[in-house]
Ligand binder design. Structure first.
Ligand code: GDP
Ligand code: IMO
Ligand code: MG
Length: 426
């Protein structure tokens, strides 16, 4: 079977980790193809919580090969911390491979992320990044001055590329931002040890992926972030610097589009966002607080409270279209319990009086726009133990059917709790 893409269809944190872990039970390979440790994917297996940032969510299955593809950016220190953490939890990482083309997130990228955000904050234009150095690393990649993994783990090349790049970056840190220069000797000593540890994991993973696809193995592409955070298709400039949309998985894994046959979009039954930027259905009242607390909506990576709001079907239809979704998963339905009415946004009324049903290209159209809602009955029952669609209360079934009708895409699975087993296949 050619590959299946599982991606975030909103602004991230939809529960991708949980579903990748579920699908990975039957998969031979799980591939991350974009983003870095700005991602925070939670898997709850047999009551134990695993928080993954760079390592694919197939890692809990000892037979599954896990790949960090060419389009990912890797912080060597962070990935080794994650590996050590998994080992401490009894999880082997012997089947983890990193592509030789991956770009390394280095200390200057973290510094420049923080300095750039501080500068933008003064002008009121901060993005609210995760401060993991993601943007600056992808900037270097596009500028063709980044450090790739094959150089980082090459004992001959390591020192030269680190010295040369650090000198160049120090000129920017001090000259442009008035910051303190980084000490290259300290970085060399620390990062040489990381390179030693990572060397054996570095491969041309595109050959492994191609062979797996060709052999008809079960291959999963694990999306990070979400459609609305895509560099092109998201709410630019309040986006990340990679391509979380379905097409990004091909570029970031080094495979052609024929390697993909299914695209699953993960949605929450409501909407959340971390960081700055427009969010038409955002709730600033007690309903927003209720959803945040009921859904535990606090960032996996940064601990920041997530902004919360109603399900936005304008966004959902956009995600169906730009990702070519073959199916939708509606996750985290249980946190809506106790709300008398459930609202779904079906259009935006713009400041100029126009009403639109297609997500706009210019985020400025979203500023002060008024969401147009359809309203449905809520539910009071505890649904966390339901395992079949028929066991769900009538109002939940009706809500799901209405979402399917409005979005025009089959809904095939539901999430009713954080556990691996807390899903319903329709
Ligand atoms: P990801 O980045 O898309 O993998 O999502 P995160 O892990 O950042 O955020 C999802 C959060 O919701 C995690 O804390 C999960 O354990 C939790 N979660 C996942 N599915 C469900 C669900 O169906 N119900 C509830 N209540 N929590 C869930
Ligand atoms: P997962 O994979 C939610 C957001 C940040 C910020 C913007 C840019 O867990 O769903 P960056 O550090 O990438 O330059 O920040 O993107 N962001 C996420 N929001 N989930 C994520 O990942 C995110 N990764 C980045 O909050 O608004
Ligand atoms: Mg997350």
């Amino acid at each position: 079977m050619p590959g299946k893409v599982i991606l975030g269809a909103q602004w991230g944190d939809e529960g991708k980790g949980k579903f990748i872990d579920i699908f990975a039970a039957k998969a031979d390979m799980v591939i991350r193809s974009q983003g870095g440790n700005n991602a925070g994917h939670t898997v709850v297996a047999d009551g134990v919580k695993y928080k993954l940032q760079l390592i694919p969510s197939g890692i809990l299955y000892p037979e599954c090969v896990n790949i960090i593809g060419p389009g990912v950016v890797v912080n060597p220190k962070s990935i080794l911390g994650e590996i050590d953490g998994l080992h401490a939890q009894g999880i082997s990482t012997g089947r983890l491979f990193i592509d030789a083309r991956v770009h390394c997130i280095m200390p200057w990228h973290l510094e420049l992320d923080a300095l750039s955000e501080a500068e933008k904050a003064k002008e009121g234009t901060a993005i609210g990044t995760t401060r993991k150095g993601i943007g600056p690393t992808y900037m270097d990649k596009s500028e063709r001055s980044g450090i790739r993994m094959h150089d980082f783990v090459d004992p001959e090349r390591f020192e030269a590329v680190v010295r040369e790049t650090c000198a160049r970056k120090n000129r920017v840190i001090t000259g442009v931002y008035g910051g303190k220069p980084l000490d290259v000797e300290t970085i060399l000593a620390e990062y040489r040890a990381y390179a030693e540890r990572l060397r054996l994991m570095v491969k041309d993973t595109t050959i492994m992926i191609y062979d797996a696809v060709k052999a008809g193995k079960e291959v999963l592409f694990e999306g990070a972030q979400g459609t609305l955070l895509d560099l092109d298709m998201g709410t630019y400039p309040f986006v990340t610097s990679s391509h979380p949309v379905a097409g990004g998985c091909c570029i970031g894994s080094g495979v052609g589009p024929t390697a993909v046959s299914e695209v699953t979009g993960i949605f929450k039954s409501y909407t959340t966002r971390v960081g700055e930027g427009p969010f038409p259905t955002e709730l600033f009242d007690e309903t927003g607080d209720y959803i945040r607390n009921a859904g535990g909506e606090f960032g996996t990576v940064t601990g920041r409270p997530r902004r919360t709001g109603w399900f936005d079907a304008v966004i959902a239809k956009y995600a169906v279209r730009v990702n070519g979704l073959t199916e939708m998963v509606i996750n985290k339905i249980d946190p809506l319990r106790g709300l008398p009415k459930l609202k779904v946004c079906v259009a935006y009324k713009l400041r100029n009086g126009e009403t639109i049903t297609d997500f706009p290209a210019n985020f400025m159209d979203l500023v002060d726009c008024e969401p147009v809602y359809e309203e449905f009955d809520g539910f009071d029952e505890d649904i966390t133990a339901c395992r079949r669609f028929e066991e769900l209360p009538g109002h939940v079934r009706q809500y799901i059917k209405e979402l399917e009708r409005i979005c025009g895409c089959p809904i095939t699975m539901l999430g009713v709790g954080p556990g691996r087993d807390q899903v319903i296949t329709i």
